[in-house]
Design a protein around this ligand. Structure first.
Ligand SMILES: Nc1nc2c(c(=O)[nH]1)N[C@H]1C(S)=C(S)[C@@H](COP(=O)(O)OP(=O)(O)OC[C@H]3O[C@@H](n4cnc5c(=O)[nH]c(N)nc54)[C@H](O)[C@@H]3O)O[C@H]1N2
Ligand SMILES: Nc1nc2c(c(=O)[nH]1)N[C@H]1C(S)=C(S)[C@@H](COP(=O)(O)OP(=O)(O)OC[C@H]3O[C@@H](n4cnc5c(=O)[nH]c(N)nc54)[C@H](O)[C@@H]3O)O[C@H]1N2
Ligand SMILES: [Mo]
Length: 765
């Protein structure tokens, strides 16, 4: 493990020509070669739109075109010239469409008209915007309490749309804001808030140019943040150590051919990314980092005993942190045996990682879903922070904590008020500005919203983008929850399964995408703004012609619903929809950090929201960075599975050809899977045993005991380099196995990366 990773046998590296070839294919198959290619040149450019692909930051200098294969897919997906017009809906009943795959539904292209569900014919029929708004307003006003409505947000919504949305829901009277981040980085927000006083990372893109060691934990950037891979590779090339923790050997983290680098592309060369690649067991990262801490403390004891200087940053610890003694005590109390058993890594391997950590003057730690989607995710992220605190790796150039966000504006949505537990200061500011009483009672997150719809206490669901029915656990239960509503409304660009479980009154409202020109009634072009993972806020303006004349912007749709529901006495909804500068002025007046918003956002790279933790000003209860002193979990799911014969722990991750529930294609090139998604990866030795019992295809059966039967049928077994006892397969297909009743402690995030299952021969075989 201490050796640099070997070149993988599977021929080529990630990126490179394979990526370029795949781009061409996606531009062509979306039937948007021209607008798609033209649009790509404007992605993440100062005068273009923010790429809807991911939330990785943009370089501060230069405006050179940054090539990203999966950015191309995201852009051409939206810029397609395929359409799903009213006549499509006339041909197909909703019941029939429920039998289609996600891939087939979105493959029909962009939605073009506002549609209303007609139960009699079981079809969506065209309606007018005015009728839709009036009916939605009437249905919301008819509810016994505003807390019977759920306002879901998917993290692609712009700051302006999200701000208007929360204003609408709070004016109406509820804090029910289930949000995609509840299924995503919620644990990061919770853990960082407690640890450093802000639920965001402390790292800027420039820090990646300075770090000596970068720990990449539970993340697959080759697929999900391809532009991050370029930054990692540049760091590796200048000699920084890149230390990966991932149970699965992901090719993009091993070697990468940078499509930005012409010479490399022509030579067919690639460069190693990871200097160290650790394969912990699922959920084993807290134990692994506890081990690093143990080795660091041991090194410090040895240094002090030898009369040498401490290896810890004693000054940072003394002046800026709280709780070191309790942390030290819990580390001392954790045995190497427990650490090895839970992490699946040997003490010797972990000690090597600790040496890298000790040998680096500047350390960054990044993470994503492999860390956040477990029961003990909050405690794990606190442990990552603990380890960085030991040598003062927060608030110094080249160091820091870096949760790598998912949706391109999921961080911004939270900043502007999408929060079911709003801080009192936000509600006070809204009341002072608008003069309506803001609801003080905390609202529902995703898990609570589903529970409330299932038990009948919530009766309306509004979705600002996303695919709630497919992104959430226990697919069948969530379908039941949505279809039992009085009202469902979906604001969307393409048809998906959430739209096919309508409530009694149901609307499907098509909106402009980010790549499209958004003109107000006077013909003036409007821009929106987004915030990336590095807290940079910048403008985004579309360049393509809208997919249909009927489309409204998300902002106009929210304003229309709001006006019909709460009236315009306190908020001039139509005026705000006419000029987004006015929304930004309101954000500036009610949310801290946005002074001079309209001016600053028109600067080429926008501006950075002040992050006090990055200045070592920790706004926690103690006024310091807080160590946590959590014990390791009694047992992870991996350990529990190991004790139950025939039981495995399954993680659900993304293929290279998907964006969450959107499936671009059926290949997962870096993992060597082509033309299918119903596969399940396993260790070759496990595979040999399973195959002997079941054959090549299996049914996967959930073993969580809560009275719900969970089966995913007909998955092909694929050997992969990963720990024994674990399995991996694709979301969203496997969400039928993820229980609603298991979620993160303190985060309520579904445990999508550790689901207990057994395998059996397919029923029909
Ligand atoms: N092209 C593309 N880009 C995307 C997305 C997409 O679907 N497609 N989705 C966007 C969104 S919303 C998000 S949140 C991000 C998601 O970005 P990622 O977090 O990279 O997403 P996953 O595919 O879920 O990958 C999880 C990785 O964690 C590893 N892992 C699983 N369990 C564990 C564990 O217990 N420990 C460790 N150390 N590793 C583990 C898996 O093997 C896998 O490599 O990407 C964003 N960008
Ligand atoms: N098992 C399992 N489940 C998971 C995860 C996992 O790793 N495993 N990951 C979780 C994570 S990290 C996340 S973030 C969630 C994602 O959950 P969501 O954000 O709800 O899902 P998406 O698939 O991103 O939403 C896709 C839909 O968004 C709509 N859309 C696309 N662009 C736009 C736009 O510009 N405007 C509007 N209004 N609509 C648009 C389209 O109709 C498309 O069908 O899923 C979570 N679920
Ligand atoms: Mo996400």
């Amino acid at each position: 493990m201490d050796q640099p990773v070997a070149t993988p046998k599977r021929s080529s590296a990630a990126g490179g020509w394979g990526a370029l070839k795949s781009c061409g294919k996606h531009l062509l198959s979306s039937r948007a070669p021209l607008s798609g290619a033209r649009a790509m040149l404007k992605a993440n450019q100062p005068d273009g739109f923010d790429c809807p692909g991911c939330a990785w930051g943009d370089p501060a200098h230069g405006s050179s075109f940054e090539f990203c294969e999966n950015g191309v897919k995201a852009v051409s997906w939206e810029a397609t010239d395929k359409r799903t017009p009213p006549k499509f809906f006339a041909k197909h009943t909703v019941s029939e469409l429920r039998g289609w795959t996600d891939y087939a539904l979105e493959g029909e292209g962009r939605l073009t008209h506002p549609m209303r569900y007609d139960a009699g014919s079981d079809r969506y029929v065209p309606t007018t915007w005015a009728d839709a708004f009036a009916a939605i307003g009437a249905a919301l006003r008819a509810l016994a309490s505003p807390d019977q409505a759920e306002f879901y947000t998917s993290g692609r919504a712009s700051n302006e749309a999200a701000y208007l949305y929360q204003l609408f829901a709070r004016h109406y009277g509820t804090n029910n804001f289930p949000d995609c981040s509840n299924m995503c980085h919620e644990a990061s927000g919770v853990a960082l808030q407690a640890a450093i006083g802000i639920g965001k990372g402390t790292v800027l893109l420039e820090d990646f140019e300075k770090a000596d060691a970068i720990f990449v934990v539970g993340q697959n950037p080759g697929t999900n943040h391809p532009r991050m891979l370029g930054d990692l590779r540049r760091a590796a090339t200048r000699g920084a150590r890149v230390v990966v923790f991932n149970p699965v050997r992901e090719r993009g983290l091993e070697r990468f051919a940078d499509p930005q680098n012409t010479v490399e592309m022509l030579r067919g060369a690639s460069a190693p990314v990871a200097s160290h690649y650790y394969q912990p067991r699922l959920g084993g990262d807290m134990a692994a980092f506890r081990g690093i801490a143990k080795a660091v403390f041991a090194a410090d004891d040895a240094a002090l005993a030898a009369g040498k200087p401490s290896v810890l940053d004693r000054s940072f610890l003394a002046h800026h942190t709280e709780g070191l003694a309790a942390y030290r005590a819990v580390v001392d109390a954790t045995t190497w045996e427990a650490i090895e058993d839970q992490s699946g890594l040997s003490r010797a391997d972990i000690e090597v990682a600790a040496e890298v950590y000790l040998g680096a003057d500047k350390v960054i730690c990044t993470w994503a879903m492999g860390v956040t989607q477990h029961r003990h995710s909050v405690a794990t992220i606190r442990e990552l922070a603990n380890v960085l605190f030991l040598r003062g790796h927060v608030g110094r150039p080249g160091t820091g904590l870096c949760p790598v966000r998912g949706h391109s504006n999921v961080q911004g949505d939270r900043t502007v008020g999408i929060n079911e537990k709003p801080p009192a200061a936000l509600l006070d500011a809204l009341e002072a500005e608008f003069g309506f009483p803001a609801p003080r009672q905390h609202g529902h997150n995703v898990i609570a919203a589903i529970g409330a719809m299932l038990d009948g206490s919530s009766k309306a669901f509004i979705g600002l983008g996303g695919n709630f029915a497919r992104a959430t656990p226990d697919t069948a239960l969530v379908a039941k929850a949505l279809s039992s509503c009085e009202l469902t409304v979906h604001i969307a660009t393409k048809l998906n399964h959430s739209h096919l479980v309508p409530g009694r009154v149901a609307y499907l409202l098509p909106c402009l995408g980010r790549t499209e020109i958004d003109r107000n009634p006077q013909g003036k072009i409007q821009i929106v703004t987004v915030e990336d993972s590095m807290s940079m806020v910048h403008g985004s303006g579309g360049i393509n012609k809208p997919a249909s004349k009927e489309l409204l912007s998300e902002i106009a749709i929210i304003a229309g619903m709001a006006q019909a529901t709460v009236g315009s006495e306190k908020v001039d909804w139509a005026g705000l929809a006419e000029d987004y500068d006015r929304i930004r002025d309101l954000i500036e007046r009610t949310i801290p950090g946005f002074t001079g918003y309209n001016v600053r956002v028109r600067r080429p790279r926008g501006f950075m929201l002040r992050n006090l933790a990055a200045e070592r000003n920790f706004e926690t209860a103690t006024g310091r960075a807080n160590f946590s002193a959590d014990r390791l979990p009694e047992a992870t799911e991996h350990q529990r599975a190991g004790q139950a014969p025939g039981t495995f722990v399954l993680q659900t991750f993304r293929s290279h050809d998907q964006y969450n529930t959107t499936i671009y294609g059926l290949d997962d090139r870096y993992r060597g899977v082509y033309g299918e998604r119903r596969v399940v990866f396993a260790h070759p030795d496990d595979l040999a045993e399973i195959r002997a019992l079941t054959g090549d295809r299996v049914d996967i059966v959930g073993t969580h005991q809560d009275g719900v039967t969970r089966v995913a049928e007909g998955f092909r077994l694929v050997p992969f380099d990963m720990p024994r006892g674990s399995l991996a397969g694709y979301y969203p297909e496997l969400n039928v196995l993820v229980p609603l009743s298991t979620f993160g402690e303190g985060s309520d995030t579904p445990t999508s990366k550790s689901v207990m299952v057994q395998l059996r021969a397919p029923a029909a075989a």
